[in-house]
Design a binder for this molecule. Structure first.
Ligand SMILES: [Fe+2]
Ligand SMILES: [Fe+2]
Length: 247
C-alpha cells in the first residue's frame, strides 16, 4: 500500500490541495501528517477540515497546533510566529479547535511511527544531525519514523557499513530512499506550506510499505493566491514574502 506523507501545512490551503491531488494521482491510499497543521497561514479552519476528512489517516500534533489550541506556552516562539498563533486563535472555529486539541504527540501504527520533531521530544526538537538521529534511534518503535518540524527533507538511516554508522541525506524531488526491515530510520517529507530549502514548491513524499521505499515529491501551487489571502488578513509581511523564496 502507498501512503502519502506530508507535514507542516501551516494553514496553507492551496499548497495542501495541490499536494493531496498530486499524491492521489500517485495512487496513495493512506495518509500520514507529521504535525504543524496550522500557524503562519491564512486558512486554519479549511486546512483542519480537509485533513480531518482523509482516511485512513495518522496525524500528530506539532508545536504550532499545541500553541493555537492553547496547550503550549508561546513565549519561545519568534515575533512572527507569535503573531500568527494569536491571529489563528481568534479565527479558529470550534470543530478545528477540537481537532487540534485531540491530536496525539506520537503514533505507532501500520508498520511505521510518526512524531513531529523527533521521537524523544516531539514538540520541540529539530532533528538535523547524525548525533541527534543516533540519540533518537532506539526510540523508533517501528521504522521508518516520519517527522517534520525542520521543514527540511533530512533522512537518516542506520548503516553499519558507512564510516559514521549512519547515512544522512537531504532528499531532492524524485529521489528515493529505502527503509530496510529492522533498521532504524527517520524520514522528513519537508514542508507543504512553508518550505525552507530554497525550493518554493510544496514538499511531500510517498511511502511504499511493500517495497519499503520513500520517494520525495515537489508540487507547484499558486503562491501568489496564498500571499494575497495572507495580506488581506494582515499576517506579518515576512511570512508572506518567505513563501516566494522557499525560505
Ligand atoms: Fe513547522
Ligand atoms: Fe514545528
Amino acid at each position: 500500500m502507498l501512503w502519502g506523507v506530508f507535514s507542516d501545512v501551516h494553514s496553507n490551503f492551496e499548497a495542501l490541495d495541490a499536494v493531496l491531488k498530486a499524491l492521489a494521482k500517485e495512487g496513495v491510499k493512506g495518509w500520514v501528517c507529521c504535525g504543524d497543521v496550522v500557524g503562519y497561514g491564512a486558512q486554519p479552519n479549511e486546512v483542519c477540515e480537509r485533513i480531518a476528512t482523509l482516511k485512513p489517516l495518522h496525524v500528530v500534533s506539532g508545536n504550532h497546533d499545541l500553541a493555537v489550541a492553547g496547550k503550549m506556552d508561546i513565549t519561545w516562539f519568534n515575533d512572527y510566529a507569535q503573531a500568527a498563533v494569536m491571529w489563528s486563535r481568534e479565527v479558529l472555529k470550534e470543530p478545528a479547535r477540537r481537532f487540534l486539541a485531540a491530536l496525539p504527540d506520537r503514533v505507532v501504527a501500520d508498520g511505521f511511527m510518526v512524531a513531529h520533531g523527533s521521537p524523544r521530544n516531539p514538540a520541540e526538537e529539530y532533528l538535523l544531525t547524525r548525533q541527534q538521529f543516533l540519540d533518537n534511534a532506539s526510540l523508533v518503535k517501528v521504522a521508518p519514523c516520519f517527522v517534520g518540524h525542520s521543514h527540511l527533507t533530512w533522512c537518516f538511516t542506520k548503516d553499519p557499513a558507512s564510516p559514521l554508522g549512519t547515512r544522512a541525506l537531504m532528499l531532492r524531488d524524485g529521489q528515493t530512499i529505502s527503509a530496510p526491515l529492522g533498521v532504524s530510520c527517520i524520514f522528513n517529507p519537508g514542508s507543504v506550506g512553508q518550505p525552507r530549502d530554497h525550493d518554493s514548491r510544496a514538499s511531500c513524499g510517498v511511502y511504499d510499505d511493500e517495497k519499503r521505499t520513500f520517494r520525495l515529491l515537489r508540487v507547484p501551487y499558486d503562491i501568489e493566491k496564498v500571499q494575497k489571502a495572507m495580506r488581506e488578513v494582515a499576517l506579518p509581511e515576512l511570512l508572506v514574502l518567505r513563501l516566494s523564496y522557499g525560505q
